[in-house]
Structures are given as C-alpha cells and as structure tokens.
Write a protein that binds this ligand. Structure first.
Ligand code: ATP
Ligand code: MG
Length: 624
C-alpha cells in the first residue's frame, strides 16, 4: 500500500481508521464511541471500552496452544554478570506475585505507585503489576538525586514506592536506598510502604513498619492468582516526566486503551515486529522509550524484549552485538548519542558478532546527524530508521512506516508525518502555516491521536497553557521544536524553539550548524548555542569533542566547514574544544545550561544533568 493513502485515511476518517486499529488488541468490553473531542484539547479515545495493558502484554500470549513457553522478558546485566530469561508464562506468574504483594501492601485501583529501580526484571514486573490492578505507576529514573525524586513523590503522592538497594554503573554499586530515604524525608507526601528488592549490592537500613523486603513477601505469594482489573479506556495508566532538557519536567499522564492501540499499531507499521521475535531497546525504563518499547510495545506484539543493565562499551564495545547474536534480535532501538559513543571505539569489537538476524535499527531522542547515521548503516548493513517523538506523544510523530511501504529514508530527516498526526509547520511570528522549505515550529492539530498524553498529571490547566494555542478555531499542540519540510513531505528538525539563533536577522537552528560541524572527520560531537552579542543580536558558539585529540584540528578548520556548507552567516564566533558535553541522564544535550554559562548566567535547573563536571569544562574553555 502507498503510505500516502494510509496516512490520508488516518487524517480524513480518523474514527474509522482507529476503530480498525483497535482490533489489534483485546477488549473485555467493546467501546461505544471511537473519539470524544467535545472538550478540546482533551481527547478521549475508545470511550466505554474496557481493556488492560497487562492482559494485552502478557495474559493473551499464554492461552492454551499459544506461545506461553516462548521468551518474553530477557534481563541481561553486564554489571552483575547475570542473565535471566522469563517465558510469557513465567512472566505471568511473576507479575501476579507482584500484584498480590502490592495489594497486600494496600495498593488499590487508581493508587499511585512510584517505581525507582535499576534495569532489573523486577522493575518490569512492578510496572506490569500496576497495569494489571489498575494502579498508576510513576517510574523515576534510577539514581536521580534525592531532590528530583522528592519532587516526583510530592507530585504523584504514591501509596507505595518500589525500589532496590542499589543500581550499578561500570561495576560500581550506586546505593539507591540512602537517596530514597533522603527523598522521602524531603517530601511532604510520605508513602506508607516501601517495597525493596535486595540485590546484595549495598547495605540497607530498614525503616520499621514502612520498609518491606521483596523476597520475603514474594515467598508468601508464590501461587498468587490476581485477575486483571478491566479499565475504562480513558482511565490513567501511568505518569512519566519529560527529560527536563528545556526546564522543569512535565508530568505526562497517559491512558490505557488509546496507548495500547497506538503501541500495537506502531509495532506493526513502524517496528515491524512479529510475535516470537526479539526486540532490543537500549534505553532505560525511566524514559518514554523504556515504557513504550522496552516494556509495553514489544510484549503487546508478542515479542521477547531485552532489558539491558550496563554500559554499551563494557566489558567491551561489542556487548550489544553479542546480545543481538545470542538472542537473534530482529529489531533494535537506540539513541544517536549511544551510536556516537560506539563510533569512537575500535570497530573490530562490533564486527566480531553475527548480526544477520537484525533487520533494522531505530534511533530517536536527538537529531541524527548524517555522519553517525552513515557510519552505523555501513557497520550493520541494515536500514537506519530515525524517529522523532516526545514523552508527551508516547510513539513516533515523524518516521518512515516501513510496515506500510518501503519508502526511502532521507539522511538528516526523521521522515514524514506518521498516521494520526496532523503535523503542521507554523511561522512563529505570523502564526500562518509555512510553505515548503520555510522554517517554522512543528505543531500538531488537535485532537492528538491515541497514545498521546491525556493531560499534565493533576493539572489540566497546565496542559492547556503549556502546549496549546488556538488558531482559526483549531487547537494546535506545540512540540517546541523547530523544523522545515521539503517538497516530498519529509521533515528536518532544526532544534528546539529555545535554541533557535538569530544572527543579524537570520534565523538558524542550532542543529543545522551542529550537523555541519560533525561532518568534519575529526569531530565526534558538538553543541552549538546562541550567545548574546551587542552587534549581531546573537552569535553561534560551538563546543566540540574531537575524535582524535592529538590530530591537528584548529578552530579555523571547523569554521571553514561551516562557511563552505552553510555560509559565513552561520559560522560560529568561537569553537572551543572540550572532552565532555553536559547532557541529561537520557543523553540529551543541555544547550540551555551551556548558553547560560556563555552569557554569564546561572545554569538553571540541573536536576537532570548526567555529570556536573561537564559544565566546569565549558566554564574553563571560556576562561582560556
Ligand atoms: P523537556 O521537555 O523536559 O525539556 P525533552 O524534550 O528532552 O525534555 P523528551 O520528551 O525525552 O524530553 O524528548 C523529546 C524531544 O527530543 C523532542 O521534542 C525533540 O526536541 C528531541 N527529539 C526526539 N527525537 C528526535 C529526533 N529523532 N530528531 C530530532 N530531535 C528529536
Ligand atoms: Mg520536551
């Protein structure tokens, strides 16, 4: 089928389109209305239908004659050198045990459960157990500092927190329990119970009457049978915070039915996963990719999913590819930042393994530069499929739906608008829709398709005020990203709206300049920010990491590349060389903090920063 026809149908007759897609999942009670958009921008999908995420991810694969004995969850840790595979039936049993434990600790439908866990199987059990009994999970990235955790505790007011003694990074235990205790002390909404998985990595102090040992409690629920709680499609399934790249994270609330349908559709049309195959997303359950494409999406499609705890380069840079070989991974999902790390390593490590099972690599989270994309395509010999989306949307907004049509990808572009998304480019100052090749803000006309956020948790007004504007009687959702579309309908993301640089009246996306700089053979990574300038309004300033620090690459060499490709107007005023760039824990460049330091301001909210030392490098580079 032509993708253009498929897309048109999703836009012109969305209710028929999504009604058909809804057949991809099991419903306990059929819905009576496909879409209720009586109160824009709030969209309610599959009204009156009753379903359950855990049922669709686990139970339905365990039917007699089904694939209950096939692998469902494969937990690999190169931190603790452990590997454990759970079949769908085993997962079914573990999830029921977890659900029973939660119920015994007082968790009821609609209650929030905060999950602060490393990448271990119990984290997935806990998420699925919540889904099973209708509790709302709020997964907080493991290892987040106490104050970040405290603000999320206060926001969600969980009755239960599920956590562990420690995570581990590069072979070093990172104790979670002291952070958790500190966070609970800082918060005003105290959970009554804390369920703790003891991995034996770090000693834990227990709070009497509050803290419960998971292994001990599990032992009394070994034969637990906890039936699925059927939920109305629009009841909440979870809360998840955005990455905090541009400021204070927003608590995204997701539904049940719409999310299940959207994930099932994306697994079919985007990720082309078949039941019985293996999916490997290298993200963390603390991020949206982890929710959609480690836990729920692959399982809803009947695929085995890999949960990997460890670095991409330990014990050596071949580790991911050894997993691909061993578990015959067919579809893999990662982030450009991880691929850039691999590009800096010796290639023989990844060449050692048989990767012939792999059919495609999907990348998302940050702009995919041409150098990185071409390099990994050459190494793997499979299509590299960029996909652009947000925590808010839960599944791709822009990509190439290879499951519909084998349309070409274009280097530097995540692709075209995905089914269900009425993507618009809007001129920032006039509010008028852009024509081909005119830059503008990427917006989506409401209603958002199934799977997208319902609201900001506990704050409908913030949802409306933050994301929506009205234009000619239509509600428009802003992605806060800046882009351009070519004549074939392919979008190119140029940066975040906050990151657009205005040099003497020329509007430039940081991304355009970064893309150009990374085409220099000795640059592995770069961040470009706009810095206030008396004469020009703003100038671009670049911070680059060199592949080989000993090679003679000068500031002028880098500038010359930009001159040649984009013209002198885009040339950075300065190019500084550093060995590390400030990033969020999910690997996104913290341009706002770099910009603030360049302008002599306070770097702002740093709760999500990976390593504060990276900011000192920026500071020192400027002082030189
Ligand atoms: P916050 O909203 O808290 O500032 P964040 O936007 O980084 O944080 P996420 O929802 O994790 O939080 O990231 C979504 C953003 O990541 C997008 O809006 C876009 O800026 C960027 N992004 C994601 N995928 C791509 C991609 N394929 N190409 C370019 N940019 C991407
Ligand atoms: Mg965002």
């Amino acid at each position: 089928m032509k993708y253009a026809d498929f897309y048109q149908r999703s836009i012109v007759t969305p209710e028929q389109f999504w009604q058909d897609e809804a057949a991809l999942i099991d419903w306990n009670t059929p819905f009576t209305q496909v879409l209720d958009y009586a109160n824009p921008p709030f969209a309610r999908w599959f009204v009156g239908g009753r379903t359950n995420l855990c049922h669709n991810a686990v139970d339905r694969w365990c039917l007699p004659g089904g694939q209950g004995d096939k692998p469902a969850l494969i937990a690999v840790s190169t931190e603790t050198n452990t590997e454990r595979s759970y079949s769908f039936k085993e997962l079914h049993a573990e999830v029921q045990r977890f659900a029973a434990m939660m119920q015994s600790l007082g968790v009821r439908k609609g209650d929030r459960v905060l999950i602060y866990m490393p990448m271990i199987a119990e984290a997935a059990f806990a998420m699925l157990a919540c889904a099973r009994i209708g509790a709302v999970h709020s997964v907080v990235f493991g290892g987040f500092a106490a104050n970040s955790l405290a603000s999320r505790i206060d926001d969600a007011k969980p009755v239960l927190i599920v956590s562990a003694d420690a995570g581990s990074r590069n072979g070093k235990a990172i104790p979670y329990k002291p952070l958790l205790d500190e966070a609970i002390a800082l918060s005003s909404a105290k959970p009554s119970r804390v369920l703790l998985v003891d991995r034996g990595l770090a000693p834990m102090e227990r709070v009497e009457g509050r803290d419960v040992d998971c292994a001990a409690l599990r032992a009394s629920h070994l034969a637990a049978q906890v039936p699925v709680t059927w939920l109305e499609s629009n009841e909440p399934s979870y809360i998840l915070y955005t990455s905090g790249t541009t400021g204070k994270p927003k608590g995204v609330q997701r539904d049940v039915g719409g999310y299940a349908v959207a994930l099932a559709a994306s697994m079919k049309y985007n990720f082309c996963g078949n039941a019985g195959e293996t999916f490997f997303a290298t993200s963390d359950i603390g991020w949206v990719v982890g929710h959609s494409y480690i836990v729920y999406g692959p399982l809803i499609a009947g695929m085995a999913t890999i949960m990997y705890e460890g670095l991409p380069i330990c014990p050596d840079p071949g580790i991911w590819w050894s997993i691909v070989e061993k578990y015959k991974v067919t579809r893999m999902f990662s982030a450009p930042t991880a691929i850039r790390v691999l590009r800096k390593q010796e290639p023989q490590f990844m060449r050692k393994y048989d990767k012939s099972s792999l059919k495609a690599l999907y990348l998302a989270g940050e702009p995919l530069d041409e150098t990185t994309s071409s390099w990994i395509a050459g190494e793997l010999g499979v299509p590299i499929i960029d996909n652009y989306w947000q925590t808010e949307t839960g599944w791709p907004i822009l990509s190439i739906a290879k499951g519909i049509e084998d349309a070409p990808t274009k280097l530097g572009s995540p692709g075209v608008a995905m089914y269900g998304y009425k993507v618009k480019l809007v001129n920032e100052s006039t509010g008028v829709e852009c024509s081909a090749n005119e830059k503008g803000v990427v917006m989506i006309e409401g209603p958002l398709p199934p799977g997208c956020m319902q609201t900001v948790y506990g704050n409908d007004q913030r949802f409306v005020d933050t994301y929506w504007t009205e234009s000619n009687g239509k509600m428009l959702y802003s992605t806060f990203d800046w882009g351009v579309r070519d004549a074939d309908g392919y979008y190119f993301i140029l940066g975040r709206t906050d990151d657009v640089i205005n040099v003497a009246g020329h509007r430039l996306g940081t991304r355009e300049i970064e893309e150009s700089i990374t085409s220099h053979p000795n640059v592995s990574e770069v961040a470009v920010v706009g810095v206030e300038d008396k004469l020009k309004g703003q100038v671009a300033v670049a911070f680059a990491i060199l592949k080989d620090a000993n090679a003679a690459t000068s500031e002028q060499d880098v500038m010359a590349v930009v001159d040649r490709q984009l013209g002198a107007v885009a040339r950075p005023a300065r190019v500084y060389f550093v060995t590390q760039l400030p990033k969020t824990r999910s690997g996104k460049l913290l341009r706002r903090s770099i910009q603030a330091i360049c302008e002599g301001r306070n770097p702002g909210d740093l709760t999500s920063i990976e390593d504060p030392a990276s900011l000192q490098q920026i500071q020192r580079a400027l002082e030189k």
